[in-house]
Design a protein around this ligand. Structure first.
Ligand SMILES: *Cc1c(COP(=O)(O)O)cnc(C)c1O
Length: 366
């Protein structure tokens, strides 16, 4: 079975991998219980901490598993049944934090937001001094394209002495993020989003307070134990066989980004997103999110007669372009255009040429 791989990829992950990084994936996979591999891992830890603006004595952990593995490990590693969590639930990734907490029997309240709506001070007001111990948020709720006001959340957590868990899986490198200034205790990301490496590894940086908390608890999950990961990580190793090849690609990418600076990479992504958003204003598509992340633009057809899912299908089948469809209630209403990975303005040109054609064919109008 061959599947098509030459689409222009505007999905939000796996995204288009830079050619030199992709080539690394074709090389032999080395044995990993060696000092060479340990050194590579320790270098990756230090680069990731630097890029996230980690506070002093922070630690980084690399888990084999997609982004959700990091969400799972953060919840089971930091919290127990005697905690009480507050979760921002504005889409499918917020909902996932609720499901993970439920799976471990950790009590929580969810701040339910309408799809596409930002979180405001008014939403948080009734939760002040509510006896919570932890706050979980997807910095960018990728399912709707909403970037939350992290300063508002950081202040709320400081005031209420909450452990702040930030899922920055799609926001890392796309939106401004400084772990220390934010006061976050743990920040998560994954390999297949802005890092533009194949899927299979998730990463996180933990504050010293979070590390202490992990060591205070008996882990509720064996494979995703942060305790085991942190202990082994002290010597640049992992408890089990990791996705060695992907870790090598991650190290190369971190070095690549470090060479230009994390701000330059953020700016590159911001420029591609801004170019797209300026040009899309002339089409019968509205931005769905009032507070968009630079990682993705979520769009809804102006005419309720037009199916967002149909636009995705036509672009894929007839123009060789992949955008991200939505699922569930939003399937007919919203599709998303990602700005992550090795994309250029010329790729935006190709997408707009296809959209012009859809206009001519009457597909974008009801
Ligand atoms: C992609 C993503 C995840 C992780 O999804 P996986 O499919 O497990 O990699 C988690 N949270 C957010 C906000 C994401 O964008």
């Amino acid at each position: 079975m061959e599947i098509k791989k030459d689409h222009i990829n505007f999905s939000v992950g796996p995204v288009r991998i830079p050619a030199d990084i992709a080539r690394l994936g074709a090389e032999p996979v080395p044995y990993f219980r060696t000092t060479d591999f340990s050194q590579l891992m320790l270098e990756s830890e230090s680069l990731l901490k630097k890029m996230m603006g980690a506070p002093e004595n922070a630690r980084a952990v690399f888990l084999t598993g997609s982004g959700t593995a990091a969400m799972d490990a953060a919840v089971n590693g930091l919290f127990t049944k005697s905690d009480k969590l507050l979760i921002v639930c504005g889409g499918s990734f917020g909902h996932r934090f609720c499901e993970i907490s439920e799976a471990y029997g950790i009590p929580y309240d969810a701040i339910e937001l309408e799809n596409g709506q930002p979180l405001t001070a008014a939403h948080l007001k009734s939760y002040e001094a509510g006896g919570y111990t932890g706050f979980l948020v997807n910095m960018h709720e990728t399912s709707t394209g909403v970037l939350y006001d992290m300063d508002l959340i950081g202040d709320f957590c400081r005031r209420n002495h909450l452990i702040l868990v930030v899922d920055a899986i799609s926001a890392f490198l796309a939106d401004p993020l400084n772990m220390e200034e934010l006061g976050a205790d743990i920040v998560l990301t994954g390999s297949q989003k802005a890092l533009a490496v194949p899927p299979g590894v998730s990463m996180m940086v933990l504050s010293s307070r979070a590390v202490e908390r992990v060591f205070d608890h008996q882990p509720a999950c064996y494979y995703l134990s942060l305790k085991a990961a942190l202990k082994n990580g002290e010597r640049g190793q992992t408890p089990f066989t990791p996705a060695v090849g992907i870790l090598i690609q991650i190290n190369a990418r971190l070095n690549q980004i470090n060479a230009v600076g994390v701000e330059a990479e953020r700016e590159r992504i911001r420029c591609i997103a801004t170019d797209f958003r300026t040009r899309i204003q002339n089409y019968p598509l509205r931005m769905f999110s009032q507070a968009p992340s630079n990682a993705v633009t979520s769009l809804t057809p102006v005419s309720s007669e037009v199916s967002a899912f149909h636009i995705f299908e036509v672009l894929k089948e007839e123009y060789n372009i992949i955008v991200c469809p939505n699922g569930g209630d939003l399937a007919e209403k919203v599709f998303r255009v990602g700005h992550l990975g090795n994309l250029t303005i010329a790729d935006n040109d190709a997408l707009f040429a296809a959209l012009d054609d859809l206009l001519r064919r009457g597909i974008l109008h009801g």
